[in-house]
Ligand binder design. Sequence first.
Ligand code: FE2
Length: 294
Amino acid sequence: MATYPVNMHVHPEIESFFDPQTNTISYVVMDPGSTSCAVIDSVMDINYAAGRITYEHADEIIAYIEKYTLNLEWLIETHVHADHLSAAPYIQSKLGGKIGIGDQITVVQDTFGKVFNEGTEFQRDGSQFDRLFKDGDTYEIGTMTAFAMHTPGHTPACMVHVIGDAAFVGDTLFMPDGGSARADFPGGDAGQLYDSIQKVLALPDDMRLFMCHDYAPDGRDIMWETTVAEEKAENIHVGHGKSREEFIKFRTARDATLDVPKLILPSLQVNMRAGDMPKTKDGTPMLKVPVNAI
Ligand SMILES: [Fe+2]
């Protein structure tokens, strides 16, 4: 395992943007020492039935960054999401910044390039992104040094991004009463997910953890922030020192009962292209529905 440059003395300011359509939380992470910021896991709005794309959620984030005259340096994707579409290229076109994802995106592109019967014009080398992170890679957001931690299991390219005392866990973990994300997508693996979660739980106890999703179990309010200590003590899937075997058994049984995410088909086609729409040969944006392929 890589040695990660944890620095709990850096306290980024964080603004959250909840998307009720997909239960996704996007973040603007701000450097207290400069005007620099990063956006994590943005959302593009889609009315899938109508084939219509809009940008209300992304425009909220853009308005926030403009209001505080921040300098957007990074647009981070914690993974190739299967439940919402990324708005990273739209935000980048307005504010600049580099789009980054884990380097195992190439595995995801290879898998879904086949599922969607993409031709040779679909590059499977991650070149649609500005930066591919390897485990332990660092990058700067103003005066802050952030790092990426490879956390496969939910998908092969999942990365947890740690910025000072804040970690953005993607779909590695949910809030303690939500447990963990599914591990049954192509390339997913419950055992790997357990190991990845242990890497997150090995971060300092008072590390702030920010979720990518929350589904408000038992009707409570939506929540997205917890700590390593709380997850270790209370997480219903991995807390109380639950064993790898117990987790794999539980996760596999649970995943067999879950429905396919409503937006999986458009999400994968767009997100494996760093948020760009697939296009026909004449440049028309067009999504496919592969039959009996997922
Ligand atoms: Fe996900």
